[in-house]
Design a protein around this ligand. Structure first.
Ligand code: GCU
Length: 329
């Protein structure tokens, strides 16, 4: 175990080190290293790339974004720590990872909290999340904006799932947070937390019966090869958060920081469009390779998870945020 993580760290250090020496030789621009855990075809990668190009232009070449896809800089938990201690400047991490620092974030990643993509886009672009996002400064990072990751559904090996009873005894991978484990219990199964990069092998080797995610990740990471039954439970629309190191932000001029933050916010609109344009292609890719997509009556799952919603909204800050999110329906 230790050996494996030591090796991983050494590999990350090499990537970071070589990127550093390359950038210092290649240009005088300040390099912004961003960690991303999926491929360079993913809508979030493309939105971030566009953001980097605009930033470079609007700061007259003072900043150059370099995105490291496919967990090259480590999984999301490791990447967030690198951002926090200033070793890298940016990362895209799923909401549950930030929720581990502040439970108020749980509200925007709860089961069935959005009525659909349009509602989620309104929440992300209306400014209701601004205070929450700025409040993470005390942890060493700031949330710049949120990206959609669509709706998550269950996918399994063997057979599809139609209701809570079908989920009994199923070990399903979840993202690394307590809320995600509770969410899987309310869906009827058992949640096993692990990083994204380990899912394929864990399902293949029978450690898991399946996982839950959106169609784009399902296709992007070829998970249909090991879990070909995709049941459209659409139980979560968990935001992905674009985070930046507080230390890095403090090194920017006021103007550059304002440009950086403005462009990050604007990239959310592009990301939604890119996302919506890729969904059908992702489904088709998976189906062509043998995946079966099954429509599911979501009501029983919604009912089974309504208790969890109540359980998660405890503090005045959570209540206040929940009301603001609901008001934008
Ligand atoms: C989605 C999300 C990622 C997250 C992943 C996961 O793909 O976009 O940010 O890492 O789910 O399940 O871990």
């Amino acid at each position: 175990m230790f050996k494996k993580s030591a090796l991983k760290l050494a590999a990350i250090a090499t990537v970071v080190g070589s990127a550093l020496s390359y950038s210092s030789i290649a240009s005088a621009a300040t390099e912004i290293k961003a960690a991303f855990n999926q491929s360079d075809k993913h809508p979030q990668y493309l939105a971030l790339k566009e953001f980097g190009e605009k930033l470079n232009k609007e700061t007259d070449g003072r900043y150059k974004l370099n995105i490291f896809p496919n967990e090259l800089l480590g999984d999301q938990r490791a990447a967030l720590e690198l951002v926090q201690n200033g070793a890298i400047q940016m990362a895209v991490v799923a909401n549950p990872l930030v929720e581990n620092y502040d439970k108020t974030f749980a509200v925007i990643g709860m089961p069935y909290v959005y009525t659909g993509s349009a509602h989620q886009e309104k929440v992300f672009t209306s400014g209701v999340l601004d205070n929450l996002f700025a409040s993470t400064q005390k942890f060493g990072f700031e949330v710049l904006t949120a990206y959609t990751a669509g709706a998550r559904s269950m996918y399994t090996k063997g057979n599809s799932v139609a209701n809570v009873a079908d989920m009994k005894g199923k070990k399903i991978r979840v993202m690394q947070s307590d809320t995600m484990i509770k969410m899987l219990s309310c869906m009827g199964g058992t949640g096993v937390p692990m990083s994204q990069g380990e899912v394929y092998t864990a399902v293949q080797q029978g450690v898991l019966d399946g996982a839950e995610n959106n169609e784009i990740t399902y296709a992007d990471l070829k998970q249909y090869e090991v879990a070909p039954y995709f049941s459209a439970t659409r139980h979560l629309m968990v935001p992905d958060l674009v985070v930046a190191s507080s230390y890095f932000l403090s090194t920017m001029s006021k103007e550059d920081q304002a440009t950086f933050k403005k462009l990050a916010k604007e990239s959310t609109v592009s990301e939604f469009a890119l996302w919506n344009a890729q969904i059908e292609t992702a489904k088709k890719t998976a189906m062509d390779k043998g995946a079966t997509f099954v429509e599911v009556d979501i009501k029983p799952f919604q009912e089974s998870c309504s208790a969890l919603q109540k359980d998660l909204i405890k503090t005045p800050a959570q209540k206040d945020l929940f009301e603001k999110v609901a008001a934008l329906q």
